[in-house]
Design a protein around this ligand. Structure first.
Ligand code: ADP
Ligand code: ZN
Length: 735
């Protein structure tokens, strides 16, 4: 007798293993990629069959049987399961949680893929009714019955009945009572998304774009490209052309973007230029909307899928191309739960699917640049702006005394005035929301601090509050110092304060602040951005939000209000980040006929960073930073994993990591460097103590082999019960 098939099931629990089950009773062959309902402890769970096996280590008598099979046709294809398994292995994250992250919420909890439809039909007794006799006594019942007889055995669904006979339910009631009608449920077929826009042709590509497009076209099968093109160089036009090729072959395109709310222009542009309605996947969707978009992609109906990082897991049976736009953007990395980089998974997915993948940016990460040097990626560059727009002029401005109160130096204020007189639009970039970073006592110098975090409270003048940006704690804005009773005043400038200063200095002009406080309502970001595009604001004040991908036609002056935050960062990525944020925001200026001007305020104009950036732009900063990383053995020349823990007691958080050091043992010391355990840079957050242990190796395999045994060992560790902990592979934040 052959041994029974065993289902290897991923269940959404924080354990790094699959669970063995017998197939549900009476089911035909169950295939990997289908969901099953399984008994788990004393509960039921929805799981996904990852593989089939002949046998199990679990004794036959203890093997439990699945309750039910949810998908006759597998939900996930072999290639999807492969990506999920890869993510679980590479990020050392429990497989069941990775599967859960890859599925829309409704599918995760066992809801059907296809929406179900309620229908009504006649049964045999209903078919034998004498309609004419019935019509004399109950005309409405007869009418309904006749409609259903005409509809035949498959009956009519509720929507169709509502249209045909709005009052049908009243007539149906007595017919149901007499057992002449039956209810049944069926599934509705998924329908392709419709688009009523006719594709419009774009501009003819310039020589640089044409050259890049030819290289992209010449590649067959898997290839990875870095499209390194200055802001406004026409990268999107190149993607659009290549997408047309792929769509013409009836294959699907996946486009990953950092944040959709911030790039509504892209979705509109795709629709207009390709005449296709993209399936859009992002965190702002309702569960039902998300499922519908996912389903359209999974069924192959959606030709174009645009989404934020989690869209990387969307099944696409006919995938032909992946584009990762703004590949440097940190939103592509998930910083909690399954800590994955959608960009890096895109590379793996393209490789598995044997398709092209393009990473685009004006400020590529050093990781991607190094992949180009190593020959893993093809480096494509668009060094000039398309269509005649000139690059913006960057200039340093020393912060003078005038800037003390509201952040505006004399030079910047004068430049703003000049642009306003010329009817230009101005963007001031300040990556600090709120009125002021903190509140200081004029008597004793006491600073307002959060009680639950090692951080200061931010002053929010608009709603008279002190707020902690780390834990959300909130207090009323005090009028005097809690320590000594003297008067208090805000220290430093945030976007609210800057907005006030501008309104005061430039009366009669429209100032618009765009940050996460001003755009909390649904649709507020889109509204603010489109107003800014139309030129309905003279001065825009904003955080990082304003620096991404937007095209403001009238914008001629950009002011970087405080560049020094990044100048002395302790993180080894500080220079790369500062250059990225300045170049990105500078890229908003002068995108049409007027040349843009960018003024960068700093208290340290002598810092060696400035001649690199102003003299050679991003490529020179990047080359210098890369050389420095190689010398100091930081990524991309070494690999990192960060083990974090947090607990109510500091000693527990540290003890857990100390236990990890013991488990790692001495034999790895030659190939592995351990930094820590130490307290995290912000040692206390939301009342919990945080600690970390950084693992560094010049060899990826060494690190991963170690983590593969460390993870299950830590899961079984008694010290783990007192802490929350996580593994972050290729961390981009070292705290
Ligand atoms: P990027 O994606 O690199 O920021 P875009 O593709 O958005 O650049 O192009 C920037 C601007 O230049 C857009 O307004 C676009 O329509 C225009 N543009 C792009 N390529 C050309 C071209 N070959 N000729 C004329 N205008 C172009
Ligand atoms: Zn706090």
């Amino acid at each position: 007798m052959s041994s029974p098939t065993i289902l290897k099931v991923a269940v959404n629990v924080p354990l790094s293993r699959l669970f063995d089950y017998l197939p549900p009773a009476g089911s035909t062959a169950v295939q990997p990629g289908s969901r099953v309902i399984v008994p788990f402890g004393r509960q039921k769970q929805t799981g996904v069959v990852m593989a089939l096996a002949e046998g199990s280590d679990v004794p036959q008598s203890k093997l439990r049987r699945c309750h039910a099979l949810l998908d006759e046709v597998p939900l996930l294809a072999t290639s999807d399961l492969r990506l999920i398994s890869f993510a679980s292995d590479y990020y050392h994250h429990p497989i069941g949680e990775v599967v859960a992250a890859a599925l829309p919420a409704l599918l995760r909890v066992g809801k059907p893929l296809l929406p179900s439809v309620q229908s009504v039909a006649i049964n045999d007794a209903g078919a034998r009714v004498d309609i004419e006799v019935l019509a004399r006594r109950a005309p409405r019942q007869a009418e309904l019955l006749q409609v259903l007889i005409d509809a035949g055995g498959s009956g009519m669904d509720v929507d169709a009945l509502n249209d045909r006979l709005p009052d049908w339910r009243r007539a149906a009631k007595p017919l149901f009572n007499k057992e002449l009608l039956v209810w049944f449920t069926s599934t509705a077929p998924a329908s392709p998304p419709e688009c009523d826009v006719v594709a419009t042709p774009g501009p003819d590509l310039n020589n640089d774009q044409q050259r890049v497009l030819e290289t992209l076209r010449a590649a067959a099968g898997y290839s990875a490209f870095l499209l390194d093109g200055v802001t406004g160089s026409g990268k999107t036009e190149v993607y659009l052309q290549l997408m047309r090729d792929v769509l013409a072959q009836a294959r699907q395109v996946l486009i990953l973007v950092p944040e959709i709310g911030l790039t509504p222009q892209l979705v509109t542009r795709l629709r207009q230029r390709l005449g296709i309605e993209p399936a859009v996947l992002h965190s702002g969707l309702s569960d039902i909307e998300r499922l519908a978009a996912w389903r359209n992609a999974q069924q192959g109906h959606a030709q174009l899928v645009v989404g934020t990082r989690s869209a990387i897991f969307t099944p696409m049976p006919k995938l032909g191309l992946i584009v990762v736009d703004e590949e440097h953007d940190h939103s592509l990395k998930q910083q909690e739960g399954l800590r994955y980089s959608a960009r890096d998974l895109a590379i793996m997915r393209a490789r598995n699917g044997d398709v092209r993948v393009i990473l685009g940016s004006a400020t590529p990460t050093l990781e991607s640049l190094q992949h180009c040097h190593a020959g893993n990626f093809t480096h494509l560059s668009l060094p000039q702006r398309a269509g005649g727009a000139r690059p913006p002029l960057l200039r340093l401005v020393s912060l003078d005394d005038a800037a003390q109160s509201d952040g505006l130096s004399t030079t910047l204020a004068a430049a703003i005035e000049r642009q306003l007189n010329d009817d230009g639009q101005i963007l001031l970039f300040l990556n600090r929301r709120g009125f002021a970073p903190t509140l200081i006592c004029t008597g004793c110098g006491h600073l307002a601090e959060c009680e639950r975090c090692d951080s200061r409270m931010t002053v929010h003048a608009r709603d008279h509050a002190l707020r902690c940006h780390h834990c959300g704690a909130q207090a009323r804005l005090p009028e005097s110092c809690a320590q000594c009773g003297a008067s208090v005043k805000p220290l430093g400038a945030g976007t609210e304060r800057l907005e006030d200063a501008l309104l005061q200095r430039f009366p009669g002009y429209v100032v618009r602040r765009i940050d996460s406080d001003s755009t909390q309502q649904r649709g507020a970001i889109e509204a603010a951005l489109s107003a800014a595009e139309q030129g309905d604001a003279d001065i825009l004040v904003g955080t990082q939000m304003l620096s991404k991908g937007h095209h403001f036609p009238k914008l001629t002056l950009v002011g970087v209000v405080n560049a020094d935050q990044g100048l002395f960062g302790t993180d080894f990525r500080a220079a790369e980040r500062l250059a990225q944020s300045i170049i990105q925001v500078a890229g908003r200026a002068g995108r049409e006929t007027q040349q843009g001007e960018v003024l960068i305020q700093t208290a340290f104009p002598e810092h060696p960073f400035w001649p690199l950036l102003l003299g050679g732009g991003y490529p020179v900063v990047a080359a210098a930073a890369l050389a420095e990383r190689e010398q100091s053995r930081w990524p991309p020349f070494t690999r990192l994993a960060l083990l974090r823990s947090n607990a109510h007691r500091q000693s527990d958080a540290l003890a857990f990591l100390q236990r990890a050091v013991e488990l790692i043992g001495a034999e790895h010391s030659a190939t592995l460097r351990l930094l820590g355990p130490v307290n995290a840079p912000m040692a206390r957050k939301a009342g919990r103590y945080r600690a970390q242990l950084l693992l560094q190796s010049s060899d990826r395999r060494t690190l991963h082999t170690l983590l593969a045994t460390l993870r299950p060992a830590l899961e079984a560790e008694p010290a783990a019960r007192k802490v929350r902990w996580s593994i972050d592979v290729d961390p981009i934040e070292l705290f």
